[in-house]
Design a binder for this molecule. Sequence first.
Ligand code: GDP
Length: 369
Amino acid sequence: MTEELYCIGCGALLQSTNSTQPGYVPASALQKFATADDHELYCQRCFRLRHYNEITPVSFADDFFQKLLKNIGREDALVVYVVDVFNFAGSVIPDLQKYIRHNPLLVVGNKTDLLPKSYKKTKVKTWLQQQVQQIGLKPLATTLVSAKKLTQVDELLRKIDSLRKGRNVYIIGATNVGKSTLINAIIKARSDFPALITTSNFPGTTLNEIHIGLDDGSDLIDTPGVIHDGQIANLLDPKELKYIAPQAEIHPRIFQLNPGQTLFLAGLGRLDFIAGEPGSFIAYVENNLYVHRTKLANADQFYRQHVGELLQPPHLNTDLPPLVGQEFNLTTKSDIIFSGLGWISVPANVQVKAYLPTGITLETRQALI
Ligand code: GDP
């Protein structure tokens, strides 16, 4: 019988079967351990935390994460929830309000640099406020930043300072929303004032947090990112991801469409224009993502023939769930949001059908731009 081993950092039972679950350690490391003299074995997460200051993501269902959120709810702390303005659906942490209870909440919409320069800040902010309300959150404030371009980070820090009132500050977010980039931006922004911030890690805690000391003795606490199961990013490999995750300002691509035409967002998304007056359909997606216009009548066959080749990503050998469609009748100028890919703005009074791989969220909103 194999001996049960426990991580000496967090106490989790060590296992080599599921890297998103507690206590994961690669099988090779376990084997090495069996023949070594030293009897201290860390799970991969604690190992990374100790050696690289890195917090590895966990899934919503992970005990670690639920325990962490519950503990935040028991403490009197300010919660800073980071979301990606380009992919709100992929930023959602289910039941967040239930966990953080009465703690004050600040929502940070990150990656504003991806939006076309012409975007209206108040419009984006209002939309974000509606989104967070819809998922049951009651933030004290909502703020927009670009962690990458360091835009509005000072303003965010001022807001954090005014809301925290000497309390600890927890930064939480789903993976890929830019939480690590934001923490680094915060550290950078404060590094002119060494008295204000000192980085120190407390490895080996059960909750895998990184604590950054604040001037008054409280901490800014970086928590593990949570993997969002419904993200299109989870279906693709890193090479494919490059084609969908925008790194710079998006240049809108305008298509004059007639009813009976279809747009493919490479092989990952599709929009059929079923009925309405001819008009402008504007794609806000990664600048290098291939957008193909074709006839609706042939679109199914076209997809079958070209997915993985002309319509790429996905690659031919990627096991993508089938595209599923949803119809929308839109009376005002709207955006169809293809979560993780971007959106297509459509004119008023159209009937359209939008498609994404099974399990990925489709949404609409009043046109944002
Ligand atoms: P985390 O998983 O939430 O910690 O996210 P990361 O900080 O690792 O960022 C995920 C991806 O988003 C990386 O490719 C970052 O370069 C990118 N990213 C993060 N912040 C921004 C931002 O403000 N603007 C843009 N354009 N990209 C960002």
